[in-house]
Ligand binder design. Structure first.
Ligand code: MIC
Ligand code: SF4
Length: 647
């Protein structure tokens, strides 16, 4: 039978289940990687599982998010991660080596493999023909401990590309912005986007990686490109030709849906505040003043992105009113552009060079001023994420960003009157692994060093059969994990300290949330109400752990985003969905909801009756948990479940 790429890779890794959309499957995983902001918890959880060594062929621990080091907390986390990697057999990528996704693409990603990463932009690896999926930390920890990765088989959607980009002004970033415009931030939920068609060969691997990276914003499980001659070229150029295998869909392969994109028709696009799918053409915003431009992030920080920007800036000066910041994605990219004199062109034009890290993308410095317009080549422009709540954040290609920086306003790059050299893919990339420490065989007895901010993993007790809890918040659609558990320089250092980070839950929405939740905890706990696509965005499991710590019993919404849903399950919070939309409208903050026979119902037909004790009516809600998920919740989360299974 004709197979698509996803089916081919999954089939080669299948340990249980059937490749039928919606059915639970178990997959053998080849590679797992963590980044520091989610990784401290992941490695603490791995430690709590109690094994000596990781059981996957390759594990890598990156440091790229928490790099501000305004006190001892970040560097203590780095040392913990380095010593944990040494002890448990993972590679360690030191601070300064770059953003996990860019470095992983350069060093380890390979076609045909399955990789999990504790970050929602792990699908970057799809650009090389790998199935790369973002997961919560505990899912990664259990897979590193030898469990298969369990997931409901997603639908496979084909995005068929034809034509050629209008180079050099239109880029891969414009392609994914156009796809977001069409499909929205909910458009990919439960789906894998598989790229195909004659237009694929117009794009090189790092361009494909930009598209699969930002596919995360569609809510897709992941995105994947074929592995072809261009993939071979890239792997040869990064010195890993032995990792190449050819991979393409068979003629007649089946898809749930086919979407066609003509690359030649795509114009420079831009996402307006405050959502990555609020996309229009740059032309339609022509003349809008810009105060800050930030170029980099895991989406657009490749050698090509940097070289294009340098070429545009060369001989020009950044507008008097604009602050331009640039962070190359990896040490290798940084070193390469520096040796070629491109960094000098950027500095000479007036750019502020930042280190190879996430930086302003996650609010670690570089916040814009009050009510300022900031255009970024990043992937998320959720309100407040930049660190400035009333700033206007736009997302555009690195080419558009560089043009705006020079012009001081938004203008279609094709009409800006600036010159830019066409990009030619290098035959050989600079390779320098000096900040990448391989796993060692003789470190088994070495200690793991934990600073005072690193606290034990929190676990909740088994599920209660009766829930009587207060509605603490009633929220709308597309609530992000940045809304639930904000990031930024003030909060991120507490990622390894759950009691401390819990005080920040929902602070951007309601400053009293955490204290109200603490008060409700003594009376049976709280419930959160949400709309569609609740928990979109990041993979941060802190958006589930911290609410669990604050006594949240259940989250009741219209629909969930994938990673957040599994994080709720992993931490024993009951994820419920409204059966009838009008019931959402009737509930108010402060209502007390009562549920009986919770365990039997969850194990039975998953249709629960809820009594609104405050308003005096009842309504039905559902859960859609598979057997394993029900067992996990009953036992109070994945950690107790894994421990019980182990012995
Ligand atoms: C993000 O872009 O939101 C992050 C920060 O990289 C997160 C991970 C985290 O919260 O640590 C992600 O995308 O998963
Ligand atoms: Fe880092 Fe931003 Fe990429 Fe997240 S989206 S991994 S914060 S660069």
């Amino acid at each position: 039978m004709a197979k698509n790429i996803v089916e081919k890779i999954f089939e080669a890794h299948l340990v249980s289940g059937e490749l039928k959309a919606g059915s639970p499957i178990g997959l053998k995983v080849d590679q797992v990687y963590t980044q520091d902001a989610t990784g401290t918890m992941t490695w603490l959880q791995f430690e709590a599982i109690g094994l000596d060594r990781v059981k996957v062929p390759l594990a890598v621990s990156y440091v790229d998010h928490n790099m501000m080091q305004s006190d001892y907390m970040n560097p203590d986390d780095h040392l913990f991660l380095q010593t944990a990697a040494a002890k448990y057999g993972a590679w360690f990528s030191k601070p300064g080596n770059g953003i996990c996704h860019q470095v992983h693409l350069e060093q380890f990603a390979a076609p045909g493999r399955i990789t999990l990463g504790t970050d929602s932009h792990t699908p970057t690896g799809g650009g090389i023909g790998m199935i790369a999926i973002g997961v919560g930390g505990l899912d990664a920890a259990t897979v590193m401990a030898g469990s298969p990765f369990e997931i409901a088989m997603p639908q496979v959607v084909k995005i068929s590309l034809k034509g050629k980009l209008q180079r050099p002004w239109v880029t891969a970033m414009d392609v994914i912005l156009e796809i977001l415009r069409r499909l929205t931030v909910k458009g990919g939920v439960g789906k894998i986007m598989e790229y195909g068609g004659p237009g694929v060969k117009d794009l090189n691997v790092t361009e494909r990686a930009t598209i699969t990276n930002m596919g995360a914003e569609l809510g897709a499980t992941t995105s994947v490109f074929p592995s072809d001659q261009r993939t071979k070229f890239y792997l040869e150029a990064v010195g890993r030709s032995e990792d190449w295998v050819e991979l393409s869909a068979d003629k007649g392969a089946k898809y749930a849906e086919v979407i066609t994109i003509d690359l030649g028709q795509i114009e420079p696009m831009i996402a307006q505040p405050h959502s990555p799918d609020n996309v229009v053409t740059v032309k339609s915003l022509s003349g809008t003043r810009v105060h800050q431009v930030s170029i980099g992030s895991c989406t657009n920080s490749s050698y090509q992105a940097m070289k294009s920007v340098a070429s545009l800036l060369k001989g020009n000066t950044v507008s008097e009113e604009v602050n331009l910041m640039i962070n190359p994605g990896s040490k290798q990219v940084y070193e390469m552009i520096s040796r070629e004199g491109l960094t000098a062109d950027m500095i000479s034009a007036g750019a502020r060079m930042l280190e190879a890290s996430c930086g302003p993308c996650i609010g670690m410095g570089g916040a814009p001023g009050s009510r300022q317009v900031s255009v970024r080549s990043y992937n998320r422009n959720f309100k407040g994420r930049s660190g400035t709540k009333d700033a206007y954040i736009y997302l555009a290609s690195p080419v558009s960003c560089a043009v705006f920086a020079v012009k001081g306003e938004m203008v279609d790059a094709r009409e800006a009157g600036l010159a830019m050299k066409p990009f030619k893919e290098p035959k050989r990339y600079l390779v320098n692994r000096s900040l990448l420490i391989p796993p060692k065989d003789d470190m088994l007895d070495s200690g793991v060093i934990k600073g005072p901010n690193i606290k034990e993993v929190s676990v909740r007790g088994p599920l209660h059969d009766q829930i009587e809890a207060e509605v603490l918040l009633r929220l709308g659609d597309n609530i992000t994990t940045d809304d639930i558990m904000p990031a930024g320089s003030k909060v991120l250092p507490f990622r390894s300290n759950i009691p401390a980070i819990s005080e920040f839950v929902f602070t951007h929405i309601d400053k009293t949330f955490s204290s109200r939740a603490q008060a409700a905890k003594t009376k049976g706990g709280g419930i959160i109400i949400g709309g569609e696509n609740y928990g979109q965005g990041s993979s941060r499991e802190h958006a589930a752990i911290a609410p669990m710590f604050l006594g949240i019993q259940a989250v009741l919404v219209r629909s969930f985003a994938r990673i957040h849903l599994s994080n709720l399950v992993n931490f024993g919070i009951l994820p419920l969905q409204f059966e009838r939309p009008e019931d959402y409208d009737r509930i108010e903050s402060g209502d007390v909801l009562r549920m009986n026979n919770v365990i039997a119902t969850m194990k039975g037909n998953q249709r629960y009756e809820i009594e609104n004790a405050t308003k005096g009516y009842s309504f039905e809600v559902i859960s859609t948990l598979n057997e394993r998920e029900r067992d996990i919740i009953e036992q109070g989360g994945l950690l107790p479940y894994t421990r019980a299974k182990a012995g």
